[in-house]
Structure formats: structure tokens, C-alpha cells
Design a protein. Structure first.
Length: 235
């Protein structure tokens, strides 16, 4: 006689980049094992692909594509982790006022969301003739960028890689139709003022971010800390 199938509960979240409602489930033991093995390696080239596969499986492919924005993946994973293990995460934080005292802080993952600057836009006006449409960095972009040692080269790589469409007067050029040399030549021809507009896109774009307050038990000073990016929330 065959064993009965275990019914897994489902929940709903909103995909931050689109607002689309997505059904998701907790991860299963076999899926968690793969994730834990990847995390034990302490190698992000293994960890992020494992997270991507897990999110894809738990949302039935609705989130977890290599093209999905990094903040979509991080937000969804945190929600899945909350329903799979616990919505509470115990963090050990260092008090900013003295830089050495450590305190324990319990974070509720349901309180964490994606924050967006009111001035943010994906449409960048370079001048009267040129404008760009930017896309958000995905997991592949992040992993490829992190292989680059130079901070300057890493910044240039990420900005250039996220140019999705170039508009010139009445003409539209899609990134997929451009050669690497064409994109390089265009990028290198930008003025400093134009480049700063592209930097603003990254500075103001949506991100997994949460502000908390902790008190130093030795100095009694209360400090505000900002947790940002998946690494900060997993301790």
C-alpha cells in the first residue's frame, strides 16, 4: 500500500517589482538540504544559484528566473524561509556607538519589505536626443560582478550591463541586438553628468531594507541600524 501524499500549505506574496500576487509554499526537507550544503561552502557562486532554484520550486516557477531582479529573489526567499523555519530570526549585532559590544536581536521577517526611493525611475533622460531604459540587476549580474576585484570596474560592469534599451530620437536599440563592442563604445562616450544619472538609478532602486533600534547595555546608548541585503537578515 502506497504512502499518502503530504499536503503542503500555500501562501500569497506580492512580487515587489510588479505587484503581481504569487502563490508560494514552504521549502521541503530535500530542498533545504541542498541549500544548507551550499551555505556550508560559504561560496556565493554556490549559495545564490541554490537560493534561485529553491525560490523557483517554491513559487512553481513564478519567481526564480535568472532574469528576475535580485531584490525580488531576496524578498521572496525571506518570506519562504519564514514559513519554512520561523518568521523570527535571531541576530547578533555589534553596537555602533562603541563598535565592540554585541547584543542579541530577534527580527520578524514579516516586518521586512522592499523600500523604494520616491525619485526612482527606470527611464533615464541623458539629453535631448538620447534616453535609456534600465533593468534591475539579477543574480547572474551580481555573481559576475563579484568576480571582478576592482571596485571601479565592478561598478562600471554593473551599470553598463543593466542598460536595457537605448533610445535615440525616433530610433530604439534593444540591448540584445547590440554587440559588446557597440555597447562599450556607447558607454565610454557618456559624459560625467550622464554617468551620474545612471549611478542614481542604482542608488535609488528598490532594495531589501529594514531599520531597527538597539540599545547598548553597557553605555545605555540607543542606536539606529539599517539591515540591507539578504546577508544582513540571515545573520
Amino acid at each position: 500500500m502506497a504512502l499518502p501524499t503530504i499536503t503542503t500549505p500555500t501562501y500569497i506574496l506580492k512580487k515587489p517589482s510588479t505587484g503581481e500576487k504569487i502563490d508560494y509554499r514552504p521549502f521541503l526537507v530535500g530542498e533545504e538540504k541542498i541549500l544548507l550544503m551550499a551555505m556550508e561552502s560559504e561560496d556565493e557562486q554556490q549559495i545564490y544559484p541554490a537560493i534561485l532554484r529553491l525560490v523557483n520550486a517554491c513559487t512553481n516557477g513564478k519567481i526564480g528566473s535568472k532574469k528576475d531582479a535580485m531584490f525580488d529573489i531576496e524578498f521572496c526567499f525571506l518570506r519562504i524561509r519564514g514559513k519554512s523555519i520561523s518568521e523570527s530570526i535571531d541576530l547578533t549585532l555589534t553596537c555602533p556607538d562603541d563598535g565592540k559590544t554585541e547584543v542579541e536581536y530577534t527580527l520578524n521577517t514579516e516586518d521586512v519589505g522592499i523600500l523604494v526611493d520616491d525619485t526612482h525611475t527606470t527611464n533615464i533622460e541623458l539629453n535631448e536626443d538620447f534616453s535609456l531604459v534600465m533593468r534591475y540587476p539579477n543574480v547572474k549580474d551580481t555573481l559576475d560582478a563579484n568576480k571582478i576585484k576592482s571596485a571601479t570596474e565592478k561598478t562600471f560592469f554593473m551599470i553598463k550591463n543593466c542598460i536595457d534599451i537605448v533610445n535615440h530620437k525616433e530610433e530604439t536599440y534593444n540591448r540584445v541586438d547590440l554587440s559588446i563592442k557597440e555597447l562599450d563604445d556607447f558607454f565610454n562616450s557618456l559624459t560625467q553628468q550622464m554617468f551620474e544619472k545612471l549611478q542614481d538609478f542604482f542608488t535609488t532602486m528598490p532594495r531589501l531594507k529594514h531599520e531597527i533600534k538597539i540599545e547598548n547595555p553597557n553605555t545605555k546608548v540607543t542606536s539606529t541600524m539599517v539591515l540591507e541585503g539578504l546577508g544582513d537578515f540571515l545573520g
